[in-house]
Ligand binder design. Structure first.
Ligand SMILES: Cc1ncc(COP(=O)(O)O)c(C=O)c1O
Length: 421
């Protein structure tokens, strides 16, 4: 009799994140300039602000003890209220006013995305995602046995016509009932830093609602980079267009705007998902880190959050300029190399001539390592089905490195590219 497999089916579906390999390489070769990791700027992490908040919190022993105790699965109410107030203000008070219990706090927004996936997806269910998309989420879907299918996106983000067309096609093939969600990062997405144009936002909601007759299709709106806007005005989120509030799951995080180490993310859920999500979450974590939520609530209470985000924007504006200046100088002269000029986020997306393979087994990647720079191959960011993946794209991050290193890294990359064009 064959021995029983010690692993679950889910463990076999889980292939791990390809980026772990890049991180490993960057750590093993410290001389490399990593333009790969989507980490945030080390120097602007809020040490002083966090110290002030913790000191204030622990000065009152009773409040300190409450923070050091278990919290609730839902998360700290004062912080959830601060998040909801900020969201509604940013959305210009548009859309239905949700109840506070629709806001849930998690250990980073990845936890929220995972719990939502666990709550609504059975193996074989379909999630439509903009292509390219946040690769960690694609990995998570693989882990859940779900089928991510890529929908076209252009310089204005997810293309509504492509979404409609994909849904129609799935309807004709009888697969529409398996479509459970559409995932879209509305602001300065990962990996391209593109945002969904304001005019497209209500269209996306209309299309999804129109195809939801066989059962709800949720829109997972990921707003991870909303606060990293360096130019222009903010736009209302997708939830602002969800007239009855039953379609959009809006997720956010303090990882980019404050600190990833503090691991606080949040979700605003349609009413029907609140209880099932809390039940699933409670079984996993029995409440995400309570102390961290109290620290953040204190940061809001002391009025320190807004100041921190403003400083952060000024800092990243300089880094983005360093990357674009270097790209203009070193990459623009290379025939067939294209990139956009993002207004926010942490990334610049490069497209190289079609014949260049940017993958980690390819010649360009090897030459880039030799030249002292590492990047994320664009291929990682495409789901296995739907839109054809681009093998000739690169995600560059300007979050971690100093402006000087960014310039050096881009120059090194240009040298590697010149060797393969
Ligand atoms: C688009 C997007 N969503 C969500 C996250 C998750 O962040 P966290 O789990 O730290 O909140 C990230 C992190 O890079 C991201 O790029």
């Amino acid at each position: 009799m064959p021995a029983r497999d010690p692993l679950s089916r889910r463990a076999h579906w889980s292939v791990g994140q390809p980026i772990s390999y890049l991180m490993h390489m960057a750590l093993a070769k410290p001389h490399l300039i990593s333009l790969a990791a989507g980490f945030v700027d080390q120097e602007s992490l809020p040490v002083e602000t966090t110290r002030a908040a913790i000191e204030s919190l622990l000065t009152d022993p009773a409040a300190g003890r409450t923070a050091l105790q278990y919290g609730t699965t839902h998360g700290l109410a004062t912080l959830r209220q601060a998040i909801l107030d900020r969201l509604l203000t940013s959305d210009g008070e548009r859309g239905v006013i949700p109840a506070l219990d629709q806001v849930v706090l998690t250990a980073g927004s990845n936890e929220l995305l995972h719990v939502i996936g666990d709550t609504i997806l059975d193996p074989g269910d379909i999630v439509l995602t903009a292509a390219p998309s946040y690769f960690v989420f694609l990995g998570m879907l693989g882990n859940l046995g779900a089928r991510p299918i890529g929908v076209a996106s252009d310089e204005d983000g997810l293309v509504p016509e492509s979404l409609d067309e994909t849904l129609r096609r799935l309807k004709s093939s009888g697969e529409l009932p398996r479509v459970k969600a559409v995932y879209v990062t509305t602001y300065f997405d990962n990996p391209t830093s593109k945002s969904v144009a304001p005019g497209r936002r209500p269209q996306i909601i209309d299309i999804v609602k129109r195809h939801s007759a066989a059962g709800p299709i949720y829109v997972l709106e990921d707003t991870a980079y909303r606060e990293l806007r360096y130019f222009g005005d903010d736009d209302p989120s997708l939830r602002a267009y969800d007239d009855n509030g039953d379609t959009v799951v809006c997720t956010g995080t303090f990882s980019k705007s404050f600190s990833p180490g503090i691991r606080v993310g949040w979700g605003l859920l349609p009413r029907a998902l609140v209880d099932p999500v809390l039940a699933a979450k409670g079984n996993i974590d029995f409440g995400s880190p309570n102390f961290n939520q109290h620290v953040l609530a204190k940061v809001f209470e002391l009025g320190l959050y807004k100041t921190h985000v403003e400083g952060l924007r000024a800092n990243y504006r300089v880094k983005l300029a360093a990357m674009l200046d270097a790209a203009d100088k070193h990459l623009a002269p290379i025939r067939g190399v294209r990139y956009q000029r993002p207004k926010g986020g942490l990334y610049v997306w490069l497209e190289l001539p079609e014949h260049i393979d940017t993958g980690s087994d390819g010649e360009l990647f090897r030459r880039a390592l030799d030249a002292g720079v590492i990047y994320v191959p664009g291929r990682y960011c495409y789901p296995g089905e739907g839109q054809k993946p681009r093998d000739n794209a690169i995600r560059l991050s300007f979050g971690v490195q100093s402006p000087d290193n960014i310039k050096r890294g881009v120059a090194a990359l240009a040298e590697a590219i010149r060797g393969v064009v």
